[in-house]
Design a protein around this ligand. Sequence first.
Ligand code: 5AD
Ligand code: SF4
Length: 479
Amino acid sequence: MELYDNNPTINFDKEQVEENRQGDVFFKEQMLKKGAGSHKKFYIESYGCQMNFSDSEIVAAILSDMGYEPTRDMEQSDLILVNTCSIREKAEDTVRKRLRVFDKLKLQRPGMLVGVLGCMAERMKSALLEEEKLVDIVLGPDAYRDLPNLIATAEDGDKGINVFLSREETYSDINPVRLDNNGVSAFVTIMRGCDNMCSFCVVPFTRGRERSRDLYSILAECTELLGRGYKEVTLLGQNVDSYKWKNPENDSTVDFADLLEAVALLNPGLRVRFSTSHPKDISDKVLHTMAAHENICKYIHLPVQSGSSKVLKKMNRTYDREWYMHKMDRIREIMPDCAVSSDIICGFCTETEEDHQDTLSIMQFSDYSMSYMFFYSERPGTLAARKFEDDIPEEIKKRRLEEVIRLQNQLSYQHNLRDIGKTFKVLVEKVSKRSQEELAGRNSQNKMIVFPKGDTKIGDYVYVKVTDCTQATLKGELV
Ligand code: 5AD
Ligand code: SF4
């Protein structure tokens, strides 16, 4: 019992971890029996959040079990899949443009199939088949197991659609095929769906209800990654802090802090990251667990969305400005070296200049190392679309967004300047874009550091002293 028995919170059962692995083997055998896709090639493009990229790896596993092989050359493929995002109108526009490219290819390659997966498939359902005449398959995020059947339907010349949203599906037993991967860092999905109902957000409609994945299958996946030489896992979910899994064996409940600790204890050489946290759910227990384990990265993506209590209420975020600031204080108290990043929406319904100033000031207070920043895009079916007027003119939304971006650029630069002279443990991930002689990797705080390669290679842990920076990157030298 070398792996798990030093965990103080959960009693692990290695046999259960093994059972999960065998479940995957059984699934593969079933798929191979179908054998439909032998020697065929699939090409998959993913848009949107990390979850979509992770889901594409589940889809790749289902296809490879059918005998399909992945290809990076869409002109050689028999099946083109696009895993889509609906979060903003622009994300859907991007997908529509890609579909025009696939249309052309399809005319040149009769028999080639095109499938739309993910949030846009779920949001639009059969309307997508009506609007996009050359699309053969429409498949929502909880229905990927049905892909072999839908391929068969499409091969018979019919349209295949499944947009069923499940309360249970977690794809626990499917071992993802890692796509475009550096062999160092992998995503591991721990929960799916979202019950939060932020008024601006389409995700609860496209990804359904929250459900958490079996702890043992998560540990089995991480153990397998470790065995293949991976050094970092990012635990993924729309709202990871509400992870909750009831062990049917003994009725005990495993929460996110327990899970984090269990993964961290698998091996001190395995770095653990997670995303995304909802400020209302990240508990002191999670913060203390992070602080207690060197290999849990000191980085939290904690989207604030707005700094105005009035706007937060309208967004249905369930916290106010003061509550968020208090949470930031707790993070700093418990982990002074923790970096925090955010998502910010500019120009949500009724947002005044004063509300906007509140957003700028909470960004300053929180000292974000970086942020993803957007202007509000009304999404059909959401509470905001049904109840509130999208009343902020586009030029005001854009001007406020520019101000937010300008401030974040300054904050990121100052954040980086403060790191000059410090030495960080870096996990080497890739060759630098600028030079073959330089490598790049992240520190615990999720900052990318570029340094002359010396004798190091991808997958190594190295210590790097920061000597210089830009707004986006730290530069350093090996110590
Ligand atoms: N308009 C703009 N941004 C949005 N987000 C979610 N919905 C919308 C929308 N309708 C942003 C939020 C969320 C991130 C993933 O996308 O900031 O945290
Ligand atoms: Fe959307 Fe809010 Fe759920 Fe995030 S927490 S996915 S913003 S509803």
